[in-house]
Design a protein around this ligand. Structure first.
Ligand SMILES: [Ca+2]
Ligand SMILES: [Ca+2]
Ligand SMILES: [Ca+2]
Ligand SMILES: [Zn+2]
Ligand SMILES: [Zn+2]
Length: 322
């Protein structure tokens, strides 16, 4: 038996009893085995605003939630004109300011509370977010089963919030706030300052960077070397005064031998510097995300309006995503 519980979501009642039992057992396990958790690990958690030009898993979650609310939108993680139209239609239906921008109020109206036994597009949003933000590989099948439940409880423990396995407003907010980790299919991981794990960024930064890297990899100039972004939950990074909000991304210039992932690091003054390929990379970065500026000191790219001079940016491009 199933009952309609919320738009686009069905709930099977027998599973809820199982869910409660599983949640109880997992909560006990967490209490006994888990490390001590602060009252709230993410005290500053908020919904990252999504608007036209954004990409990535946070935009994909918006699209799944629009589907759950009865709006036809492709959940491709690219916030284009059609997604914007669906957001405006949703905002109109709720009496919200219809600016097509998904800020805190629109996020709050879009989210659907889901738990074990539920199915539908809102569950797909949760699964996609968990995968990208906790480096999991849940099937994004829209079926909230025991695996998704366990992943939600683990996330709640990780975030220091009530670990009840129910994805309500607080869990949604923490899940959207948490940074995402990139796929390195079209990139390599450089770590020039010994900051190791600093490859995390907002869902939008990571989605945009992955799209740029995929587009660039198709040009036959090798992969994109990724330096630092942010730590998993932001915060101070030694050696960077920025890079703390998941929006600043360092990538390296491209070499004429395409060996920027394996050979020595270069500057724009090096003989191995490939200006044409680096220009192409900058163009792909600008075409696939909301970019405020890119710091890189090649005077030719600066004269072309592609990059901006900034001290110490001879050997890397610093992308400032909006
Ligand atoms: Ca790195
Ligand atoms: Ca710092
Ligand atoms: Ca910045
Ligand atoms: Zn985390
Ligand atoms: Zn930087």
């Amino acid at each position: 038996m199933t009952i309609r519980s919320s738009p686009g979501t069905t709930r099977s009642t027998p599973a809820r009893a199982v869910a409660a039992a599983v949640a109880f057992v997992l909560a006990l396990g967490g209490a006994v085995l888990g490390p001590a958790q602060p009252a709230s690990a993410f005290p500053g958690a908020f919904f990252h605003t999504q608007r036209e030009g954004n990409r990535g898993v946070d935009t994909q979650a918006v699209q799944y939630l629009l589907q759950a609310r009865g709006h036809s939108t492709t959940a491709d993680g690219v916030f284009g004109p059609n997604t914007r139209s669906s957001v405006v239609a949703f905002q109109d239906s709720r009496g919200l300011e219809d600016d097509g921008i998904v800020g805190p109020q629109t996020w709050g109206a879009l989210i659907v509370t889901v738990r074990q036994g539920d199915s539908g597009a809102a569950v797909r949003a949760v699964q996609a977010l968990l995968n990208k933000k906790r480096r999991l590989s849940l099937a994004v099948d829209g079926v909230f089963g025991s695996g998704t439940h366990a992943a939600v409880v683990a996330f709640q423990n990780h975030a220091g919030i009530t670990a009840d396995g129910i994805v309500g407003p607080t869990t949604w907010q923490n899940l959207v706030w948490h940074y995402a980790y990139p796929s390195f299919t079209d990139m390599c991981d450089q770590d020039p300052d010994g900051n190791g794990a600093a490859n995390w960024g907002t869902g939008a930064s990571i989605g945009s960077l992955e799209a740029a890297a995929a587009s660039f990899a198709g040009s036959g100039n090798g992969r994109l070397p990724l330096g630092d972004i942010s730590f998993e939950h932001g915060g101070d990074i030694p050696g960077h005064s920025t890079h703390e909000g998941g929006l600043d991304v360092d990538v390296w210039p491209i070499r004429t031998d395409s060996a920027q992932c394996t050979a020595g690091r270069i500057t724009w003054q090096s003989s191995a510097y490939d200006r044409a390929a680096t220009r192409l990379l900058v163009q792909r970065i600008r075409a696939t995300g909301r970019v405020e500026s890119i710091f890189f000191n090649d005077p030719t790219l600066i004269s072309e309006g592609l990059t901006t001079n900034y001290p110490n940016h001879d050997n890397h491009l610093h992308i400032n995503y909006l």
